[in-house]
Design a protein around this ligand. Structure first.
Ligand code: ACO
Length: 335
């Protein structure tokens, strides 16, 4: 009998209806559709405009879709983990609000903050609870309402981000499928190149933090770009090498969707062609913790039991990592 692993057995997702196109952004800042497409690969992103609806709303919608697809009673969920940098509030954790909203009355719940690597870090954490035998059903959600921390007068960041949420159910598998291996890294020495300075215990909210626009995301594009290209390509290559995999063995690379050029560099380093790369950055932009599960949602119907899938991400912190999955089910008909 194979060892007990954690396998993804269902996917759910939610995207707001409203589209913010490059043409819309041309009216807000000094930019062009051509600049955005050639530098990032993005054409449009989704925006949750309703001020009364926060990250927990999108996360709950995604979770409810998953529960419905699997015909699952929410009281069976043991643990809810939400990866986000845009929680509804500092506390309580957004995961607690989501668990209550979806009826996961027997679950404990908490958030993970690892920016664009959030889903991978949450997946790795959830995996340990399944592998150890402590839990049978863990819900891992990546959700971000980035439009609430983006400055729509800053052309260097406002073109990049969008809103969205998606989630995965983890259950035990003893047939050689599921999450086979993962590598996670962080390095806080360059934290200031990608951060939100205001509102925390370092710079509590004040007229000064408001005036300095410290409640918006701040990014130094070039250093982040360089670190992301190296970090994501290296960690994905390390993971496949240490497991004796080659580009031919991999069915899909699922990269964090921050920039098409970073994704291209990662794919080349792994020796895989772009047809094997899940890409939806064009339609959704960078939805931070949601990009990877949103790709899985978009490609779910094409995935087959036994497919080798590599997930890879890089984000603020810095944080970065990769996971190798042997996919556990065919198409959308989960176990
Ligand atoms: N439209 C037109 N011009 C622009 C825009 C824009 N939207 N944004 C920047 N420019 C200008 C700049 O002002 C600069 O002009 P200058 O030369 O006159 O000063 C010029 O374009 C070049 O700017 P760069 O920042 O050097 O452009 P670059 O090619 O690096 O692209 C980008 C910027 C897309 C942000 C890139 O650096 C990038 O993708 N960085 C990494 C993003 C990332 O991976 N983040 C991690 C995940 S996010 C998270 O964790 C929350």
């Amino acid at each position: 009998m194979e060892q007990r692993r954690a396998a993804i057995t269902a996917i759910g997702h939610f995207l707001p209806e409203e589209r913010l196109t490059n043409a819309d952004l041309e009216k807000l800042v000094d930019t062009s559709d051509e600049w955005i497409r050639t530098r990032t690969g993005i054409r449009e992103r989704r925006i949750l405009r309703d001020p009364d609806k926060a990250t927990s709303y999108m996360a709950s919608k995604a979770a409810k879709e998953l529960l419905q697809k699997r015909n699952l009673d929410p009281s069976e969920i043991d643990l809810v983990i939400v990866a986000t940098v845009t929680p509804d509030m500092f506390f309580p954790a957004t995961a607690c609000i989501v668990a209550a909203e979806i009826g996961a009355v027997n679950a404990w719940a908490y958030d993970i903050s690892a920016a664009c690597s959030g889903f991978l870090f949450a997946l790795s954490t959830g995996t340990r609870f399944i592998e150890s035998g402590k839990h049978e059903k863990v819900l891992v959600i990546g959700a971000d309402k980035m439009s609430t921390i983006v400055d729509y007068s800053d052309r260097t960041t406002c073109v990049l981000f969008g809103d969205g949420a998606a989630c995965a159910l983890l259950e035990p598998d003893s047939s050689g499928h599921g999450i086979m291996d993962s590598i996670e890294h962080s390095d806080g020495s360059q934290w200031s190149s990608l951060c939100m300075l205001g509102g925390g215990s370092l710079n509590p909210s004040s007229p000064v933090t408001l005036e300095k626009k410290w409640h918006y995301l701040h990014q130094e594009g070039q250093p982040v770009f360089k670190a992301a290209v190296k970090g994501m390509a290296d960690v994905a290559a390390d993971l496949v090498e240490r497991n004796g995999l080659t580009g031919d063995d991999i069915r899909y690379l699922v990269p964090h969707q921050a920039n098409l050029r970073i994704i291209d560099a990662t794919a080349r380093r792994m020796g895989i062609t772009m047809e094997k790369v899940m890409l939806n950055i064009e339609r959704y932009g960078n939805t931070t913790a949601a990009t990877i599960p949103l790709c899985l949602a978009d490609w779910e119907s094409e995935l087959r039991r036994g497919d080798n899938i590599v997930l890879a991400a890089f984000g603020g912190g810095f944080t970065w990592g990769a996971s190798w999955l042997r996919w556990a089910y065919d198409g959308t008909s989960a176990a």
